[in-house]
Design a protein around this ligand. Structure first.
Ligand SMILES: Cc1cc2nc3c(=O)[nH]c(=O)nc-3n(C[C@H](O)[C@H](O)[C@H](O)COP(=O)(O)O)c2cc1C
Length: 134
């Protein structure tokens, strides 16, 4: 199964998580600035990373347009979601998962949320996430 990680990161936390997932899965990780939605849609499993921005929202300038275009092209594909957050409780991820399902994506596992950088990863959640993507 072909896999790709596509992420947006403002201060590097989501990028650090993306790179860890990349190392453990052995697939490519690219910033959404470096890949088109059309190219990303060709993979069987698309692993998307975006931190909580706005008010419990996806980043709106770069990530959201990429994501919306991708969902038009990749209906029925497999997806997994991850990202970093700060002061909230992960609401953005709950909303994002519902949105992805409503747009026809198949979630293969619970979204991975990390409060801060990759040093704050909960190992049980992380291992379950990686196992579901192998
Ligand atoms: C403009 C802005 C809005 C944010 N909004 C939220 C939010 O609604 N909820 C939350 O938990 N964290 C929020 N954060 C915190 C980020 O999610 C957190 O700093 C995260 O680690 C950033 O990830 P990154 O380094 O990949 O950009 C916000 C940060 C910024 C800069």
């Amino acid at each position: 199964m072909s896999k790709i990680i596509c992420y947006w990161s403002g201060t590097g936390n989501t990028e650090a998580i993306a790179n860890k997932i990349k190392d453990d899965l052995g697939c490519e990780a690219v910033s959404v600035a470096g890949i088109s939605a059309a190219d990303a849609s060709k993979f069987d499993l698309i692993i998307l990373g975006c931190p909580s921005m706005g008010s419990e929202e996806l980043e709106s300038d770069e990530f959201e347009p990429f994501y919306k275009e991708l969902m038009n092209l990749a209906k029925g594909k497999k997806f997994a979601l991850f990202g970093s957050y700060g002061w909230g409780d992960g609401e953005w991820m709950r909303n994002w998962q519902e949105d992805l399902k409503s747009l026809g994506g198949n979630l293969v596992c619970e979204g991975l949320i990390v409060n801060g950088d990759d040093s704050a990863i909960d190992l049980n959640s992380y291992n379950a996430f990686i196992s579901a993507l192998k």
